[in-house]
Structures are given as structure tokens and as C-alpha cells.
Write a protein that binds this ligand. Structure first.
Ligand code: SF4
Ligand code: SF4
Ligand code: FES
Length: 242
């Protein structure tokens, strides 16, 4: 395989000052193991310093670089040029910002706004169980942990929410409901009623159409739809009775 590819990026841009939206083409040579965040940086350095995009960790850990590439939400810092060409069968890529929150500029969306839905479910133990008498810590058995540890890998990149076929406005979204489900599966959580009320509310899990799109796009390979299915069946804890 060639070490360098001639690629074209068709980037959806937005200028908040003029409110103008347009598609800008960038043609450039890119090494086969450059990541798309490197490609954006190369555009800034060599072609256009005004292109705005987001990244932080550049190691698939923070979720800030999520964009749509040819309609698929993914982490730009994880996508290598050679893998993108293989996956999409093309050297031309349509790059668009996520649609789950308002666009601030070009590929940058207002993550504070997106996080409002996650914050709504209180993504932490609301009411922790007291530690067992004489214990210095609360222990969770490997068997209990095994049921939900996968969901704790979520980095809130919102790729699943972007791919979700349910209403972005009416549904809390897959990552937000999963953040609550994982706490319900955690034996330390006692705020069961509060959590269930929101999960089974009009914005909750019954808005999910079981399309599995969330599981398909998750860059952390979390089977998000599986956790939502457990919630629909009220199967949060197998070993403890509530
Ligand atoms: S579940 Fe996966 S796709 Fe959804 S926000 Fe978490 S890491 Fe991203
Ligand atoms: S399975 Fe449910 S939550 Fe996941 S993408 Fe489909 S509709 Fe959305
Ligand atoms: S920059 Fe952190 S996940 Fe891509």
C-alpha cells in the first residue's frame, strides 16, 4: 500500500459571526497512518488556519473529537487515513459536526449543551449504601461487577446519541440512560425509585426502538442496546433482590 494518499475532505463549515454554512473542499496528501485529527492539523498548518475542530486527549479517551465521517459518527483521533480508505472504499470524505448539540463553529459543537442530558440522570451514586460494619471499603463481587463493567468504559463521546434513530429532543439518549442504568446495576446505589422514575418517564428507555445503532457505532465497543434492553425488562440486579 502507498505510504501517502491524495485525499479530499469535504468539510461542513459554519461561521457564527455571519451565520453562514457552507461545504469547503480540501485536497491534500496524507500519510497512511495519519489520524484524522492529524489531517485537520495539517489543513490548519498548510492550507487553512481558520478551520475549527476539537480534540484533547488524542487517545480515544475524552470524546471531544467526535465528528461524522461519511455519515458515521466516530472519533477523529482514532481513524487512520488507511483505515478510512478501506472502510469507506473512497479517498473522499464528508466531514460534518455532530448534530446532538448546536454547532459553535465548523466541527465544534456545544458539549455543555449535550451534557445537559447526561447531567439530568445524575451520573454518580446518588445515595450510597453504608459500608458493611467493620469494613473499610464497600466490596463488589467480580460476578456483580461483570454485569456492568463494560458500560463504565463510556467516555461520553455522544457517537451513540448521534446515531440513535429515536428523537434527539424527546429521548434522553443512549449514553445518558446507560449512565443511569449502570448506577442501578451498582449494588451501592440506593436511590432506586428516583432513577426508575426518570428511566421509565416519557424521555426514558421506552423511546428506544432497539435499532442497535448505538452499539454499532460505539468506539469503546460497548453494547449500549443490551443495557437499555435490561432496563426495559427491569433486570438491573441478578443477585440481589430489590
Ligand atoms: S456509549 Fe459509546 S458511543 Fe455512547 S457515549 Fe459512551 S463511549 Fe460514546
Ligand atoms: S437501540 Fe435504542 S438507544 Fe440505541 S440507537 Fe437504537 S433507538 Fe437509539
Ligand atoms: S481527542 Fe480525546 S477522544 Fe479523540
Amino acid at each position: 500500500m502507498s505510504q501517502v494518499h491524495r485525499i479530499t475532505l469535504k468539510v461542513k463549515r459554519y461561521d457564527p459571526d455571519t451565520k453562514r454554512t457552507w461545504v469547503q473542499n480540501y485536497e491534500l496528501e496524507a500519510g497512511r497512518i495519519l489520524r484524522f485529527t492529524d489531517v485537520f492539523r495539517k489543513i490548519n498548518n498548510e492550507l487553512d488556519p481558520t478551520l475549527a475542530w476539537n480534540s484533547s486527549c488524542e487517545h480515544a479517551q475524552c470524546g471531544s473529537c467526535a465528528v461524522n465521517v461519511n455519515g458515521k459518527p466516530l472519533l477523529a483521533c482514532e481513524l487512520l487515513v488507511e483505515n478510512a480508505i478501506k472502510h469507506f472504499g473512497s479517498t473522499t470524505f464528508r466531514i460534518e459536526p455532530l448534530t446532538i448539540a448546536p454547532v459553535v463553529r465548523d466541527l465544534i459543537v456545544d458539549f455543555d449543551k449535550a451534557y445537559e442530558r447526561v447531567n439530568k440522570v445524575k451520573p454518580y451514586i446518588i445515595d450510597p449504601s453504608p459500608r458493611p460494619a467493620g469494613e473499610s471499603e464497600y466490596r463488589i463481587s467480580p460476578r456483580q461487577l461483570e454485569r456492568y463493567v463494560e458500560a463504565t468504559r463510556c467516555i461520553n463521546c455522544f457517537c451513540c446519541a448521534e446515531a440513535c434513530i429515536s428523537s434527539h429532543k424527546r429521548f434522553l439518549g443512549p449514553n445518558a440512560v446507560m449512565a443511569s442504568i449502570v448506577r442501578l446495576m451498582d449494588p451501592r446505589e440506593q436511590a432506586i425509585k428516583e432513577r426508575l422514575e426518570l428511566l421509565y418517564s416519557e424521555q426514558g428507555v421506552y423511546r428506544c426502538h432497539t435499532s442497535m445503532a448505538c452499539s454499532f457505532v460505539c468506539p469503546k465497543e460497548i453494547d449500549v442496546a443490551h443495557f437499555i434492553a435490561l432496563a426495559k425488562a427491569n433486570r438491573f440486579r441478578s443477585e440481589t433482590k430489590r
